[in-house]
Write a protein that binds this ligand. Sequence first.
Ligand code: FE2
Length: 602
Amino acid sequence: MKILGISAHYHDSAAALVVDGVPVCAVQEERLSRRKNDASFPAGAAEWCLDHAGLDSGDLDAVVFYERSMLKFERILTCALRAFPRSWRSFPTAIKNTLGEKVWVRGIISSQLGVPREKIFFTDHHASHAAAAFLASPSRRAAILTADGVGEWATLTSGQGARRPGGATEIALPRELRFPHSLGMLYSTFTAFLGFAVNEDEYKVMGLAAYGRPTMLDRMQKVLRRTPDGAFALAPDYFEFQTTASRSYSSKFIDLFGPPRDPYDPIDLESADGRRFADCAASLQRVLEDVLVDIARALHREIGLPDLCFGGGVALNGVANARLLAESGFERVFVPPAPGDAGCALGAALYADRIYFGNPDRDCPDHPFWGPSVDGADLAKAAREDGQPVEELDDGALIERVADELAAGRIVGWMEGACEFGPRALGHRSIFAAPHARETRDRLNRHIKYREEFRPFAPIVPIDAADRYFDLPPGGARLGRFMSGVFPVRPEWRSRLAAITHVDGSARVQALERGMAPRVHALLEAYGRRTGVPVLLNTSFNVAGEPIVTRALEGYSTFRRCGIDVLVAGPTLVMKRAVAPAAASKEDVAWLSEGVAESGGA
Ligand SMILES: [Fe+2]
């Protein structure tokens, strides 16, 4: 069976194709449209998936949308009615902002893709998250936990799944927490309060938390109350997201936590306000972790299996994931590379295949590389046309050369193979740099990523060497496979790995298995032979405000606009023309005076 999964119309839309029970390809719309967090119908992504597999939309057996739009409509309508008459002004905006064309999804899919309406199916939003987490994991039986902002009504679900090789699949999520009681909405509310972009900058809140202390737990208890069943309830007085799309927190929230941060004001951690914001983030982070650990612990007691599959946008919180592993009783925690809504495209397709159509279980390849491939020849052509020197090297020579450049302190844009599905660069669309000096981090922040200085960079390390530098608990390497856990850098290495060590001594480690990205693994080893430390700084290949690069041309354009020194795509290497500083200044002066002379003579 050929099944196309679609997620769209909230943020970060995507398409994924499953053929005969196995993922074939998947891509977020933003990677093709070049609009960050593109939420529009993923026509480009769907078309690319079909092209990539050599299919026509007429070949599809089913198209599956990742949630039930009518239920979502019902939630928004119900919430608006409950808040009436307070909500009557904001209701049309809420409908427009939140729903847009969502209600009419079947018609949109049918007309956009040319698929008959009877081939279009819908899954529950959290069933899609659960399927993305469980069916793509190597685990055969596992507890399942999902948590996000909101789907139709559910914001958190728990249960279990079972896969029988070649046989039937079961996913049961008997427990759910419903809107407005939502960990994702709580986190997003603070994201807005702290002056960051909602649904995009939540990870900045996590980064900021490390600079603060959880001094506001008593206040947090007022907005989030623990319930006797081990879950929680949000106190509605402090929030407005349930009734309006224009503001997520209420005046009472401001009375409790103080004035919100102006997004244009930099965070000054020396000031009282800066410390208040950092303490807010730390308190929020602590509460999120505590609630998740308690819920997971209860799930472990109930289900008694060693594996937990965790999905939904909240599973992007690597600090919380590490605590789940350490404290919930589960021996392994599986987080997919795309736990958020984009990953639901793949989850919905897999769910339909196994559950709706009852197709036999198949193992899914355990990697994140499902998107368009990069072509070194495209890079060579673009660079030559631009007058830049191009080198084409065989694999061994290329890796040694790049390791030399990294060891010399140069920053490398590295593109190879298919791009990652999900928000993280895991070695195919990465910027690599030496991890040792804090100056490298500052240089990346100022000249390449153009971003806040409190945000840490992540390390990548061969899985076998990870323990030497990072304090990974049992099961930690699995979380590190897709960079889903934050773990301590071993104290003796912190000063020597200063560019990737966060202020609290932690790092979001990617523990790389050779088979997942062999050339990157070889590069780490080559770098290790030169420096004694097979660790690199690994950050996504993009500048602030842009999606991660997909094709060679986007990589080249980014390379030309920022401080990356070396660009690699497949076998092709391009190096920015290096000019010795002294000679450069002389030449500049000579060129300038010629220019002055010419203009003076004209
Ligand atoms: Fe979601």
